[in-house]
Design a protein around this ligand. Sequence first.
Ligand SMILES: [Fe+2]
Ligand SMILES: [Fe+2]
Length: 220
Amino acid sequence: MLAEWSNRVAAEYTSATYAAQALHRAIQVGLPDELHRTALRIVGDELDHARLSHDCLTALGGADEPIPLELNALALPSPEGPLAALVDNVVRNFCLGETFAVPLFDAMRRTATHPAVQPALTRILRDEAVHRAFGWSALDALLQVDEAGVRERIIHQLPGWLEGFRKAYATMPDINTLTADELAMGLIPLSTYAEVHDQTVAQDIRVRFAERGINLQGTA
Ligand SMILES: [Fe+2]
Ligand SMILES: [Fe+2]
Protein backbone atom coordinates (compact mmCIF):
# COMPACT_ATOMS: atom_id res chain seq x y z
CA MET A 1 0.00 0.00 0.00
CA LEU A 2 2.84 2.41 0.84
CA ALA A 3 4.66 1.37 -2.33
CA GLU A 4 1.56 2.32 -4.35
CA TRP A 5 1.55 5.82 -2.86
CA SER A 6 5.29 6.29 -3.37
CA ASN A 7 4.75 5.27 -7.02
CA ARG A 8 2.06 7.93 -7.24
CA VAL A 9 4.44 10.59 -5.90
CA ALA A 10 6.93 9.62 -8.61
CA ALA A 11 4.21 9.56 -11.30
CA GLU A 12 2.92 13.04 -10.37
CA TYR A 13 6.46 14.46 -10.26
CA THR A 14 7.14 12.88 -13.66
CA SER A 15 3.90 14.44 -14.96
CA ALA A 16 5.23 17.84 -13.84
CA THR A 17 8.31 17.35 -16.01
CA TYR A 18 6.15 16.29 -18.98
CA ALA A 19 3.97 19.38 -18.55
CA ALA A 20 7.06 21.62 -18.29
CA GLN A 21 8.43 20.11 -21.49
CA ALA A 22 5.05 20.54 -23.21
CA LEU A 23 5.08 24.19 -22.16
CA HIS A 24 8.62 24.69 -23.47
CA ARG A 25 7.86 23.04 -26.82
CA ALA A 26 4.48 24.81 -27.15
CA ILE A 27 6.26 28.16 -26.78
CA GLN A 28 8.96 27.06 -29.26
CA VAL A 29 6.38 25.91 -31.83
CA GLY A 30 4.17 28.96 -31.22
CA LEU A 31 0.86 27.41 -30.20
CA PRO A 32 -1.97 29.80 -29.18
CA ASP A 33 -1.14 31.72 -26.01
CA GLU A 34 -4.14 30.27 -24.18
CA LEU A 35 -2.53 26.83 -24.41
CA HIS A 36 0.75 28.20 -23.01
CA ARG A 37 -1.16 29.55 -20.01
CA THR A 38 -2.93 26.23 -19.45
CA ALA A 39 0.34 24.29 -19.74
CA LEU A 40 1.89 26.66 -17.19
CA ARG A 41 -1.00 25.99 -14.83
CA ILE A 42 -0.61 22.24 -15.34
CA VAL A 43 3.07 22.35 -14.28
CA GLY A 44 1.93 23.88 -10.98
CA ASP A 45 -0.93 21.39 -10.62
CA GLU A 46 1.36 18.39 -11.05
CA LEU A 47 3.88 19.75 -8.53
CA ASP A 48 0.92 20.17 -6.13
CA HIS A 49 -0.21 16.60 -6.87
CA ALA A 50 3.27 15.27 -6.10
CA ARG A 51 3.32 17.16 -2.80
CA LEU A 52 -0.25 16.12 -1.91
CA SER A 53 0.56 12.50 -2.73
CA HIS A 54 3.65 12.71 -0.54
CA ASP A 55 1.49 14.15 2.24
CA CYS A 56 -0.82 11.10 1.85
CA LEU A 57 2.18 8.76 1.93
CA THR A 58 3.39 10.43 5.13
CA ALA A 59 -0.08 10.35 6.74
CA LEU A 60 -0.32 6.63 5.97
CA GLY A 61 3.01 6.00 7.73
CA GLY A 62 5.40 6.03 4.76
CA ALA A 63 7.48 9.15 5.43
CA ASP A 64 10.70 7.16 4.92
CA GLU A 65 9.47 5.26 1.88
CA PRO A 66 11.86 5.75 -1.10
CA ILE A 67 10.38 7.50 -4.15
CA PRO A 68 11.18 5.53 -7.32
CA LEU A 69 12.22 8.40 -9.59
CA GLU A 70 14.44 7.79 -12.58
CA LEU A 71 16.14 11.05 -13.46
CA ASN A 72 17.00 9.90 -16.99
CA ALA A 73 13.34 9.18 -17.74
CA LEU A 74 12.36 12.75 -16.89
CA ALA A 75 13.80 14.19 -20.11
CA LEU A 76 11.78 13.43 -23.24
CA PRO A 77 13.92 12.89 -26.35
CA SER A 78 13.51 15.21 -29.35
CA PRO A 79 15.69 13.77 -32.13
CA GLU A 80 13.20 14.93 -34.79
CA GLY A 81 12.78 18.47 -33.54
CA PRO A 82 10.38 20.37 -31.27
CA LEU A 83 7.15 19.82 -33.23
CA ALA A 84 7.55 16.03 -33.32
CA ALA A 85 8.55 16.00 -29.64
CA LEU A 86 5.47 18.05 -28.73
CA VAL A 87 3.13 15.81 -30.75
CA ASP A 88 4.50 12.73 -28.98
CA ASN A 89 4.26 14.33 -25.54
CA VAL A 90 0.74 15.71 -26.08
CA VAL A 91 -0.74 12.52 -27.50
CA ARG A 92 0.95 9.97 -25.23
CA ASN A 93 0.89 11.83 -21.93
CA PHE A 94 -2.19 14.05 -22.24
CA CYS A 95 -4.62 12.64 -24.86
CA LEU A 96 -3.92 9.11 -23.62
CA GLY A 97 -2.40 9.42 -20.12
CA GLU A 98 -4.74 12.08 -18.78
CA THR A 99 -7.80 10.59 -20.48
CA PHE A 100 -7.12 7.35 -18.59
CA ALA A 101 -6.28 9.28 -15.40
CA VAL A 102 -9.70 10.93 -15.04
CA PRO A 103 -11.81 7.73 -14.71
CA LEU A 104 -9.06 6.00 -12.71
CA PHE A 105 -8.92 8.77 -10.09
CA ASP A 106 -12.72 8.84 -10.11
CA ALA A 107 -12.74 5.10 -9.27
CA MET A 108 -10.14 5.61 -6.50
CA ARG A 109 -12.05 8.50 -5.02
CA ARG A 110 -15.32 6.57 -4.88
CA THR A 111 -14.05 4.20 -2.18
CA ALA A 112 -11.34 6.38 -0.56
CA THR A 113 -12.80 7.43 2.76
CA HIS A 114 -9.52 8.00 4.66
CA PRO A 115 -9.50 11.66 5.76
CA ALA A 116 -5.92 12.25 4.56
CA VAL A 117 -6.59 10.69 1.18
CA GLN A 118 -10.04 11.84 0.08
CA PRO A 119 -9.32 15.60 -0.20
CA ALA A 120 -6.13 14.92 -2.17
CA LEU A 121 -7.95 12.66 -4.64
CA THR A 122 -10.77 15.21 -4.97
CA ARG A 123 -8.30 17.95 -5.91
CA ILE A 124 -6.33 15.69 -8.28
CA LEU A 125 -9.48 14.46 -10.04
CA ARG A 126 -10.69 18.02 -10.62
CA ASP A 127 -7.35 19.06 -12.15
CA GLU A 128 -6.91 15.97 -14.32
CA ALA A 129 -10.11 16.83 -16.22
CA VAL A 130 -8.48 20.16 -17.16
CA HIS A 131 -5.30 18.33 -18.19
CA ARG A 132 -7.29 15.95 -20.40
CA ALA A 133 -9.02 18.89 -22.11
CA PHE A 134 -5.61 20.52 -22.65
CA GLY A 135 -4.39 17.40 -24.45
CA TRP A 136 -7.19 17.34 -27.00
CA SER A 137 -7.11 21.14 -27.54
CA ALA A 138 -3.33 21.05 -28.00
CA LEU A 139 -3.75 18.19 -30.50
CA ASP A 140 -6.24 20.30 -32.49
CA ALA A 141 -3.77 23.20 -32.50
CA LEU A 142 -0.97 20.88 -33.65
CA LEU A 143 -3.16 19.57 -36.50
CA GLN A 144 -3.56 23.18 -37.61
CA VAL A 145 0.22 23.64 -37.70
CA ASP A 146 0.84 20.65 -40.01
CA GLU A 147 -2.25 18.54 -40.52
CA ALA A 148 -0.83 15.83 -42.78
CA GLY A 149 2.48 15.46 -40.94
CA VAL A 150 0.98 15.40 -37.46
CA ARG A 151 -1.73 12.92 -38.45
CA GLU A 152 0.80 10.64 -40.13
CA ARG A 153 3.06 10.72 -37.07
CA ILE A 154 0.18 9.86 -34.75
CA ILE A 155 -1.12 7.02 -36.93
CA HIS A 156 2.40 5.57 -36.97
CA GLN A 157 3.01 5.85 -33.19
CA LEU A 158 -0.43 5.28 -31.72
CA PRO A 159 -0.46 1.44 -31.70
CA GLY A 160 2.76 1.34 -29.66
CA TRP A 161 1.57 3.96 -27.20
CA LEU A 162 -1.79 2.23 -26.74
CA GLU A 163 -0.06 -1.10 -26.21
CA GLY A 164 2.08 0.48 -23.49
CA PHE A 165 -1.03 1.62 -21.60
CA ARG A 166 -2.75 -1.73 -22.16
CA LYS A 167 0.25 -3.53 -20.68
CA ALA A 168 0.33 -1.17 -17.71
CA TYR A 169 -3.39 -1.31 -16.95
CA ALA A 170 -5.03 -4.37 -18.45
CA THR A 171 -2.76 -7.40 -18.54
CA MET A 172 -2.03 -8.25 -14.93
CA PRO A 173 -3.96 -11.09 -13.23
CA ASP A 174 -5.96 -9.82 -10.28
CA ILE A 175 -4.75 -12.23 -7.64
CA ASN A 176 -4.99 -10.07 -4.52
CA THR A 177 -8.25 -8.95 -2.99
CA LEU A 178 -7.96 -5.50 -1.45
CA THR A 179 -8.95 -5.04 2.17
CA ALA A 180 -11.49 -2.42 3.23
CA ASP A 181 -8.58 -0.39 4.66
CA GLU A 182 -6.71 -0.45 1.37
CA LEU A 183 -9.82 0.71 -0.50
CA ALA A 184 -10.26 3.50 2.07
CA MET A 185 -6.66 4.54 1.42
CA GLY A 186 -7.34 5.07 -2.28
CA LEU A 187 -6.25 1.79 -3.82
CA ILE A 188 -8.35 0.07 -6.49
CA PRO A 189 -8.23 -3.56 -7.68
CA LEU A 190 -6.31 -4.48 -10.82
CA SER A 191 -9.62 -5.63 -12.34
CA THR A 192 -10.86 -2.03 -12.06
CA TYR A 193 -7.74 -0.76 -13.88
CA ALA A 194 -8.50 -3.24 -16.66
CA GLU A 195 -12.21 -2.36 -16.85
CA VAL A 196 -11.51 1.38 -16.89
CA HIS A 197 -8.83 0.88 -19.54
CA ASP A 198 -11.08 -1.10 -21.90
CA GLN A 199 -14.04 1.20 -21.42
CA THR A 200 -11.99 4.37 -21.90
CA VAL A 201 -10.42 3.13 -25.11
CA ALA A 202 -13.76 1.99 -26.55
CA GLN A 203 -16.01 4.83 -25.43
CA ASP A 204 -13.74 7.85 -25.17
CA ILE A 205 -10.30 7.66 -26.80
CA ARG A 206 -11.50 5.88 -29.96
CA VAL A 207 -14.30 8.43 -30.41
CA ARG A 208 -12.09 11.48 -29.87
CA PHE A 209 -9.49 10.27 -32.38
CA ALA A 210 -12.23 9.38 -34.90
CA GLU A 211 -13.58 12.94 -34.63
CA ARG A 212 -10.11 14.05 -35.77
CA GLY A 213 -9.95 11.63 -38.69
CA ILE A 214 -7.69 9.13 -36.90
CA ASN A 215 -9.09 5.62 -36.87
CA LEU A 216 -7.79 3.39 -34.07
CA GLN A 217 -8.70 0.23 -35.95
CA GLY A 218 -6.74 1.49 -38.93
CA THR A 219 -3.68 1.85 -36.72
CA ALA A 220 -3.84 -1.57 -35.11
FE1 LIG B 1 -1.51 14.77 -11.65
FE1 LIG C 1 -2.34 15.58 -14.80
